[in-house]
Design a protein around this ligand. Structure first.
Ligand code: B12
Ligand code: SF4
Length: 472
């Protein structure tokens, strides 16, 4: 394969919505589920050698985001791509969307539907089916622990789901081999895998295969599955992973690449897990403070929407993933007892209203996508009077998905309604009420707050009984 950048298909190579699709492909395309997830999202590869044209990081979802939504590009990879392109002179990062590759690959071979995809990427999270499916590739055995899986899961999975899991388990080594070969053919110097949710096994399987094919390639892993102790354990257990970056990557990843490029020792970087001379594992302490808001980069989603358009799930409605803030202003003061959302850093940091507004508009203009998914754990309340009015006045008919703390006032909700916001109580799960621990004490505090609000004349709305969309 030529060394040039991986080109995203810009023309639809698959059938258009009007064309007849094979049955199983139609089943994939039509029943769009808003949270359809992709199996593995991916990898960033970078070419660092000064002696050849710069190549870069490609993110391939196969391992990375083994199970992430296919209607959403990876924010982490978009940020990492920009960080490499802007901060590593002579390098270029390319992203491989292995989740889309996997979807196309599996639907060409089996009766795999959108519902199946949603199951393996999202609904089976707490049973780990998505991770198990890729264990055959990781451990080089298409029947790896099949008997144990079947015995352990038969009371929890219906028969057809159990059979499909076993079938996928037998099939995926071929996919992993193809993805690894494709990356190896590009001969990147560094390949980064991002891993969140059930993407560890797929990412590790692809990384292992890649290391066999191209032992000179430096393999790096990061993502939510590499936060804190998880990252140290992953590095310790899988020697083919050269480095794990724990925590935020947009600063440390380019610093690692610059060090490798310049032949310097990267082993002092914060949060880095690296190898000792005898092949063992050492984990540096993580950064003591998170990145300031101005250092949080906007994503570069080049190629994702074009690749999606040429993929089987072309009728999935894509959304832009945007980020205004990290951390939680509420949790800094009263960490909800059930919440682990913020990983290692609770400190709330939000982008300036101008920066965030410009970022939203630029993404909408560039990708022609108006549905947006805000990943912030909690809304910066300042945005209600800064960013949202500008969105309302912009003339863009944006639809925003925002997770909010559930005790907003009616006036605040009205403003959100005018900006066409889909509301979702923060904390990911309906029974979780941010700020209200699910115990007697929490309920009491909650009612105290409601009483206090009543005395002030505010009318706090019910906590969870919000309409999905506030009418204009
Ligand atoms: C948005 C979100 C979702 C969305 C996902 C949309 C999407 N496609 O992204 C939805 C609603 C679908 C979702 C669902 C769930 N989520 Co959620 N979600 C988040 C949230 C709030 C933001 C994710 C995000 O985009 N962050 C911003 C990006 C930039 O951060 P990042 O991915 O960590 O990347 C940074 C670093 O990790 C690093 N990095 C990342 N990759 C790489 C790769 C390399 C090579 C390097 C060097 C560095 C690096 O650099 C990046 C930039 O700094 C996080 C919490 C959080 N604040 O991160 C939880 C989080 C990801 N979710 C989590 C969970 C548990 C769930 C659910 C199980 C919740 C539930 N109870 O149902 C489900 C399961 C989903 C599934 N697929 O199975 C956990 C995952 C834990 C884990 N170890 O994977 C998190 C971390 C929250 C938590 N701490 O509990 N979620
Ligand atoms: S549940 Fe929400 S409000 Fe509570 S600490 Fe976590 S992110 Fe903050």
């Amino acid at each position: 394969m030529p060394a040039g950048p991986v080109r995203a298909a810009t023309a639809r190579t698959g059938p258009t919505p009007a064309s007849p699709l094979p049955d199983h492909r139609r089943r994939f395309a039509l029943p769009h589920h808003p949270a359809a997830v992709s199996r593995c999202r991916t990898t960033v590869a970078a070419s660092l050698s000064p002696h050849r044209p710069p190549r870069s990081l490609c993110a391939c979802p196969s391992g990375q985001h083994a199970l992430v939504p296919i209607d959403l590009p990876s924010l982490a990879l978009g940020i990492l791509k920009r960080s490499v392109d802007e901060r590593v002179p002579g390098a270029e990062a390319r992203v491989l969307h292995a989740n889309l590759e996997f979807t196309d690959w599996i639907t060409a071979r089996t009766e795999f539907t959108a519902e199946d995809y949603e199951y393996y990427s999202l609904s089976s999270y707490f049973m780990g089916c998505g991770d198990w499916v890729f264990s055959s590739a990781l451990y080089d055995d298409p029947q790896w622990r099949e008997a144990e899986f079947t015995a352990g899961m038969k009371s929890r999975l219906r028969g057809s789901r159990l059979r499909m899991s076993v079938e996928l388990h037998r099939l995926v080594p071929e996919f992993v081999a193809q993805i690894a070969q494709r990356i190896a053919d590009e001969a990147p110097d560094v390949v980064g895998f991002t891993s969140t949710f059930q993407q560890n096994t797929a990412a590790l399987a692809a990384a292992r295969q890649l290391k066999r094919l191209a032992p000179q390639t430096t393999i790096v892993m990061g993502g939510a599955n590499c936060d804190a102790e998880q990252g140290a354990a992953l590095h310790r257990c899988f020697p083919f992973v050269d480095y794990v970056i724990r925590g935020e990557g947009e600063d440390v990843f380019p610093r690692l690449l610059n060090a490798l490029k310049d032949g310097q020792d990267p082993s002092g970087l914060p949060g880095l897990c690296h190898r000792t001379p005898d092949g063992g594992s050492t984990a540096n302490p993580m950064a003591t403070a998170p990145l300031p808001p101005a250092a949080i980069l906007p994503p570069d989603y080049s190629g994702y929407f074009e690749r999606l358009a040429s993929s089987v799930p072309q009728l999935v409605e894509p959304k832009l993933v945007i980020e205004g803030a990290r951390g939680c202003w509420w949790g800094e003061k009263h960490h909800c007892t059930f919440c682990g959302l913020n990983g290692s850093f609770m400190q709330f940091r939000s982008k300036s209203p101008d920066t965030f507004f410009d970022e939203i508009m630029e993404l909408a203009r560039r990708h022609r996508v108006l549905d947006m998914y805000l990943v912030d754990n909690i809304l910066d309340m300042g945005y209600l009077t800064t960013v949202l009015p500008r969105i309302i006045d912009s003339g863009y008919d944006l639809r925003l998905h925002i997770e909010i703390k559930a005790n907003m006032r009616r006036s605040q909700l009205s403003r959100l309604g005018r900006s066409r916001t889909d509301l979702r109580p923060a904390g990911h799960r309906e029974p979780q009420r941010p700020g209200a621990e699910p115990d007697g004490q929490g309920r009491q505090r909650l009612s105290e707050r409601a009483d206090a609000a009543g005395r002030r004349g505010d009318r706090p709305l019910g906590l969870l009984e919000l309409p999905a969309r506030i009418p204009r």
